[in-house]
Design a protein around this ligand. Structure first.
Ligand code: FES
Length: 102
């Protein structure tokens, strides 16, 4: 998490591709920057056994307060696309720097 002006921004390196999203949750302004990052895998389960994997969503961040999940690529909330967090253009700037367009 970095602070740019008065905004908290989460920067994630996804297999060499940088993504930057807003760090404040669209639900109750929870600290998305403290959330876990994972791939969301959906499966059809019968009798407690995975029958088939039906979808895999790369790069999701979950707010630690109530679990709302957002795509890192688009900022879209997974359970309701009316909600989203900001996304920002980000690039490497030199050896250790980042350039973020707010
Ligand atoms: S404040 Fe983030 S899920 Fe509720």
């Amino acid at each position: 998490m970095v602070t740019v002006g008065n905004r908290k921004v989460v920067v994630v390196n996804m297999d060499g591709n940088l993504r930057a999203v807003g760090g404040v949750c669209a639900h109750q302004a929870g600290p998305v920057w403290m959330g876990g990052i994972f791939d969301d895998v959906r499966a059809r389960v019968e009798d407690g056994q995975v029958v088939e994997y039906v979808a895999r969503q790369r790069g999701v961040i979950a707010c630690p307060w109530h679990g709302w999940e957002y795509e890192l690529e688009t900022g879209r909330c997974l359970w309701n696309s009316r909600y989203r967090i900001a996304t920002y253009r980000v690039e490497r700037d030199g050896e250790d720097g980042l350039a973020i367009w707010i």
